[in-house]
Design a protein around this ligand. Sequence first.
Ligand SMILES: [Fe+2]
Length: 498
Amino acid sequence: MIETSSPVGIINEKFNQNQLFLTTESVQLLINQEPEKIDEFIDFLKENKVVFVGKDHVESFFYPQMDEEKPLEYEKEKLPLDNFVHPVHADVDHELRILKDVTHNALSEGSCKNFVDLFQSRFQKLSRMFRTKLSMRDFQNISTIKKMKERDTVKTVGMVTDYGVTRNGHIILTLEDDSSSIKALIHSRNEALMELARTIMDDEVVGITGVLGRDIIFANTLEFPDIPVGRDLNRSTEEICVAITSDLHVGSRNFLEKGFLRFIRWLNLKYSRQVELASTIQYLIVVGDLVDGVGIYPDQEKDLAIPDMRDQYAKLADILTLVPPHVTMILSPGNHDATRIGEPQLPILEEFAPDLYAMENVQMVGNPCFLELHSVNFLLYHGGSLFDFLARQTQHDDATLPMVEMLRKRHLCPLYGNNPIVPLEEDLLVIEDVPDVLATGHIHVNSHGNYRGTTILNAGCWMSQSEYQKMRNINPTPCRVPVFNLKTHNTVVMNFGI
Ligand SMILES: [Fe+2]
């Protein structure tokens, strides 16, 4: 039963009093909204005679999406841009703080010890999170519970070192901590638990309660570290917006240059549509794959309009000099960029992109990167693990589903193997601090949503469908740019497609 004094109870009570009925999803989306905005929403619903309030009602009110707009008209004016209009917020001081980023010293020999250190760091960070959860804070280590009597109720936390399914369809996990290891069985008839268990990946850390058998736990509950509900969101005091994009792939024949220039012209207030929104943009974040690179996949040279990687970055720099100077650009790498492929990735190497490093309004960062803009926290991650997550979903092109999983598991890439990970002493892919915004790219499909107050968004791309994507049945949604408001946390998606 939900207590009426809890955030969920208060929201439900308020809507019930107004003869409005919420779904579980809509309650979650409403928890972190400001009370005045909720009052406005209730008025809006009553005016529109809504009784049952679904996720779509909440999203269309709090997160209006503009991608239904007709594409902006492309005027064949020559760049560079003339008649530059001074944006209204150009004089607001920029407040950018890099809170956590991989440094140039984050190197590894790739030895056995390096891997042991990495997984120990992961286990320590994630098991500490369970100590802060009311339901799990009194968990015991595995060697302690193994000394208990059979049929005792036990509670423990461990890293999943093996995942298997029995002939009868039960899931068997092997859990390990720094004291010992034990198996845990999830019964196939417990459908709710099975649903949770199916999302488990090797090397993630989970919490289990259950009944002890001989060297096995018969699981009753399964928990992830997760992010808390009902926390206060960080907000800027002024209406400042951030445009978030990714996967430009400059240098590819499929790079949609016209669309990208149209976006830059919009940033320069050259279009009347949504000009006020454009004038509030102070930051442009690019979450990886700035260029198409060279030798990333077999026969890539056939797809390249610019065959040299340095020339690809030079072309990108030429284009980005057209971004208004008051817009700070934060550029992080992806798997196509000139840096090591293993995550965490170092920033793009200066020797490949000297022109970008020379630009005053460019900040080069690693992947992932945790930063703060006007007190609002962003976690940027290109998304190398997204396909591992999507393989466990029924829908294979919606990045918001895996992004929710990342937040629940508090890890950007739990599975070691498919996506290369550099074994550092500290696991920098753990989501230690809860971000206000988690932004990814990589799958080239734009989507956005909200999980327990955190805005999750995948930028999309600036590239038409490649042969490889055709093969994987991925339909990209190019030329869409989510614009995030640091004060209201609203996201508007602009479409610069032809
Ligand atoms: Fe990409």
